[in-house]
Design a protein around this ligand. Structure first.
Ligand SMILES: Nc1ncnc2c1ncn2[C@@H]1O[C@H](COP(=O)(O)OP(=O)(O)OP(=O)(O)O)[C@@H](O)[C@H]1O
Ligand SMILES: [Mn+2]
Length: 270
């Protein structure tokens, strides 16, 4: 009878690097003894003091998200190359490592999600909450009809200076934050109305109904996208904000940073 190694051994054959997600100290040390293998530690913190470390802005409950993010971070830091085979070890059922996943790193699969979270001004939790809200809005629409929405996140003072009100601001005197379930209901309700939401680095809803007036000079967004996307893209070149845009016409959620489209997701795929 064949041993388990014969059955599962392929998972570990010709691996270029091991990616350890939030390992405990003892686990890390055991791996350091394995010769000729690149070791990359990925986590929200680096308590093992690994030399080669990719920081996660969020723990990412979903294993596939965690791995995708770690791989993008590793690409970003030139730790891996296109085509590298990685053994990704992570804990699916808890903090202890219980699962190894064999993944071929592909530069084509670059989604920009690492850039969006790790190198933005706004709090990663805020970005994640807004992205999830946009995806949810895209999936369900508003009362069954597709809706569009534009969220500008971070660097709110500057964003306010480069925009003007289309109507009175329902968030004028409030101190509400994204992520709060009631606020999400409010934001969905207001998404039927024109203009952009402006959200601070810490997630405070600064304004709804903002008409953005950035300079569109040098902004290179894909042809076919209209004024909402142009304004969203352009404001991220003029300020340190990021923009998350739900398109009413094609239903996709896009994120812009520094004037460029860096992430495109289909809400139906989530
Ligand atoms: N400069 C702007 N600032 C804020 N909101 C804007 C701006 N320009 C357009 N919008 C909003 O975007 C809405 C849709 O405009 P438009 O159709 O030109 O954009 P789009 O990029 O094609 O988006 P969609 O894919 O949702 O149709 C407008 O009704 C308006 O609410
Ligand atoms: Mn349009």
């Amino acid at each position: 009878m064949a041993g388990l190694d014969d059955v599962f051994g392929d998972i570990f054959s010709s691996v270029d690097a091991v990616v350890l997600f939030s390992p405990s100290g003892s686990y890390y040390e055991r791996f350091s003894d394995v010769d000729d293998l690149d070791l990359i530690v990925v986590g929200t913190e680096n308590p093992v003091g690994a030399e080669t470390f990719v920081e996660l802005p969020l723990a990412f409950d979903e294993m596939s998200e965690r791995i995708r993010f770690g791989i993008e971070g590793a690409f970003e830091q030139d730790l891996i190359e296109d085509g590298d085979v990685l053994a990704c070890a992570t804990g699916v059922f808890g903090n202890e490592i219980d699962t190894v996943s064999r993944v071929r790193a592909s530069a084509d699969q670059h989604t920009g999600v690492y850039d969006l979270f790790a190198k933005s001004r706004a709090d990663p939790d805020v970005i994640k909450a807004v992205l999830e809200l946009a995806i949810e809005l895209g999936k369900k629409g508003q009362k069954g009809k597709p809706v569009g929405a534009l969220f500008v996140v971070g660097d709110a003072g500057k964003v306010m200076n480069k925009s003007r009100p289309l109507s009175y601001n329902p968030f004028e005197k409030s101190h509400v934050h994204v992520g709060d379930p009631i606020v999400n209901v409010m934001l969905k309700e207001f998404s039927r109305l024109d203009g952009a939401f402006v959200i601070s680095d810490a997630g405070k809803i600064v304004s709804a109904y903002r008409y953005l007036e950035p300079s569109a000079e040098g902004v290179d967004i894909p042809k076919g996208l209209g004024a909402r996307h142009m304004a969203g893209g352009a404001i991220t070149r003029d300020t340190n904000a990021i923009a998350i845009v739900l398109s009413e016409s094609d239903g996709l959620v896009r994120a812009f940073k520094a004037g460029e489209l860096i992430l495109e997701v289909d809400p139906e795929a989530y």
